[in-house]
Design a protein around this ligand. Structure first.
Ligand SMILES: NC(=O)c1ccc[n+]([C@@H]2O[C@H](COP(=O)([O-])OP(=O)(O)OC[C@H]3O[C@@H](n4cnc5c(N)ncnc54)[C@H](OP(=O)(O)O)[C@@H]3O)[C@@H](O)[C@H]2O)c1
Length: 239
């Protein structure tokens, strides 16, 4: 396979939703604890999240003042990926699907020592489209944050994964939401396994499903466990 093996690891409600207030209710606390426990045990080279999830979990909406950074010129429309020396990178990655370059990082690593376990210290990688501001590239380079181009306006999931495999060396990555990025992967048929912790709650009508705009696909259930009232399932893509 010329791309990393992708395991989509998520907490869901009984009705298959993955966003909304139910995630922070006491009824879902045990499911979240199980989720982080499994997250630490799954062997991977890191995790992928959409821009909204990265903002909510790690950057808190910080935006850098781009006027302070030297634009990286893209001569004749060439969009050159930026990967600093591999020896300066860690071997665990936080891959942000951030098409327009909106995320404001204060370090090239996830700095979250008191946060959810399993993320602190991960090397950030930005996956961008050609829409990104040249000054944002200058900002990322000044921070030592690698970036990869994959698409004009939307991120081409297959191209992004090929680059993460060939340029960064990722063999297995966890896809950890939210609904929109999961949907892009599902439509690209780039999900090899699902690891779901199903909390014993029903979500609100406005909460989003596991995959936004999914297409039909078959999976086989390879493991089921019941842990303190939660159902934990593994599914494998049927080819
Ligand atoms: N239940 C769980 O286990 C779990 C796990 C993680 C997150 N969450 C929840 O999920 C919620 C966020 O989910 P969400 O669905 O709203 O957003 P999301 O998937 O986190 O991020 C969506 C954004 O990512 C960018 N994006 C991702 N893939 C793209 C592609 N292929 N092409 C173009 N753009 C792409 C776009 O950014 P732009 O908008 O900048 O264009 C898009 O709007 C959070 O509230 C969080 O609580 C739940």
């Amino acid at each position: 396979m010329n791309r990393p093996y992708i395991i989509c690891h998520m907490v869901t409600s009984i009705d298959g939703k993955v966003t909304g207030n139910f995630l922070s209710t006491p009824a879902c606390a045990e499911a979240c604890a199980i989720y982080y426990d499994i997250n630490r045990k799954l062997q991977s080279n890191g995790f992928i999240c959409g821009r909204v999830t990265m903002e909510g979990s790690f950057t808190g909406g910080y935006t850098p003042d781009l006027s302070q950074f030297t634009p990286v010129t893209r001569e004749n429309g060439t969009n050159k990926d930026f990967i600093p020396d591999k020896e300066h990178l860690t071997d665990f990655y936080a891959v942000a699907f951030d098409p327009k370059g909106k995320l404001g990082w204060k370090s090239n690593r996830i700095m979250d020592p008191d946060g959810d376990p399993g993320y602190d210290g991960a090397q950030i990688i930005e996956v961008l489209t050609e829409q990104v501001d040249d000054r944002y590239l200058g900002y990322l380079e000044s921070m030592g944050i690698p970036y990869l181009f994959a698409g004009k306006t939307e991120i081409d999931v297959s191209l992004a994964l090929r680059k993460l495999h060939t340029l960064v060396g990722c063999e297995t990555l966890l896809l950890e939401g939210g609904s929109i990025v999961n949907g892009y992967f599902q439509r690209a048929d780039a999900i090899d396994e699902l690891s779901l912790v199903i909390a014993p709650v029903i979500a609100d009508k406005d909460d989003k499903p596991l995959f936004t705009d999914s297409t039909a696909a078959d999976f086989e259930c390879i493991k089921t466990e019941f842990i303190n009232g939660n159902t934990v399932c593994r599914y494998k893509r049927k080819k």
